[in-house]
Design a protein around this ligand. Structure first.
Ligand code: GUN
Length: 294
């Protein structure tokens, strides 16, 4: 039996989008401009196509302009860099997202670093990474931002909590550590080389699992009452059936022990695009010298 409350990421994401829609409307009437988000998709990766379609749809739903550039996978690095440069200079574009993965012949780091930090709504540019760590206003990566909002939907004040993040990626683990430090958590970043990871996780009041291994975190690793945020999206083949999505946490076992837990799907996933829109609104406000309300 599940003792944990299940955190409804779809509902929280809908609230975030509704809040953004109101602020976009206010921005339009007070300042006469519409935030614009440009998404660049190179190639035909099926998962990326789905993401990009959803992003476009949700961008329009909150009242922003959606600009999509879909390029063939034969596009050269120089052509992508030229497009990024023109988007950097376009005053109607407040946020730029280059969908990953890029084709193998393209240096992703070079492309991401070419995005104007003021328009870097992914928060991947080293300037934004640095700003986040020193505590300056920064565009922070969307998945950890969404994970933080979900944790705070359970407990607004995270101060003093032992937070254990499993995974040290630039996209999730490291920025999550910065965000949780800012919330005054005591932060541990565990990873594949961590000794006795089970005991480390057992000490956590807040667990953020971002390892990319299905059901890696077991129920008996969880401290009773802990908040568990599962960032994993692992496609697991079911013999004779359709592939199923599994998180990084063994959900049923962990839910029996935790105080609150995010499901997969329906937890962190829906938050990512909502936070991308939040970052786009923030970027637009910053570019116009307005107060940040995003
Ligand atoms: N591909 C999968 N997730 C992401 C993301 O958050 N940002 C970008 N740019 N590409 C992705």
């Amino acid at each position: 039996m599940s003792g944990a409350s299940i955190i409804d990421g779809k509902a929280v994401a809908a609230q975030v989008r509704a809040d953004i829609a109101g602020k976009v409307e206010a921005l339009k009437s007070a300042h006469g401009f519409t935030p614009g988000l440009a998404v660049v998709l190179v190639g035909e990766d099926p998962a990326s196509q789905v993401y990009v379609r959803n992003k476009g749809q949700q961008t329009k739903e909150v009242g922003m302009n959606s600009i999509e550039h879909k390029l063939p996978d034969t596009t050269s690095e120089a052509e992508i860099l030229a497009l990024v440069d023109s988007l950097n200079k376009d005053a109607g574009v407040h946020g730029i997202l280059v969908q990953l993965p890029l084709p193998k012949h393209v240096n992703s780091e070079k492309v991401l670093n070419a995005i104007d930090p003021a328009k870097d709504v992914d928060g991947f540019h080293p300037v934004n990474v640095g700003r986040l760590w020193v505590g300056e206003p920064a565009l922070a990566p969307c998945t950890p931002t969404g994970s933080l909002i979900l944790a705070k939907s359970v407990q607004e004040n995270l101060s003093g909590m032992n937070a254990v993040i499993i995974g040290r990626s630039n996209i999730v683990g490291k920025p999550m550590a910065a965000l949780l430090l800012r919330e005054n958590c005591t932060v541990t970043v565990a990873h594949s080389r961590t000794k006795d990871i089970q005991s480390v996780v057992k000490g956590a009041d807040l667990v953020v699992a971002a390892v990319g291994i299905a059901e890696f975190v077991k129920g008996d690793w969880i401290k009773p009452g802990a908040i568990v945020i599962d960032v994993g999206i692992n496609r697991v083949e079911v013999p004779g059936g359709k592939a199923k999505l599994k998180g990084d946490v063994a959900f049923a076992e962990a839910a029996a022990v935790a105080g609150a837990i995010t499901p997969v799907p329906g937890g962190v996933g829906p938050m990512t695009i909502a936070c991308l829109l939040k970052n786009t609104l923030q970027a637009a406000q910053m570019q116009h010298g307005l107060e940040i309300t995003a």
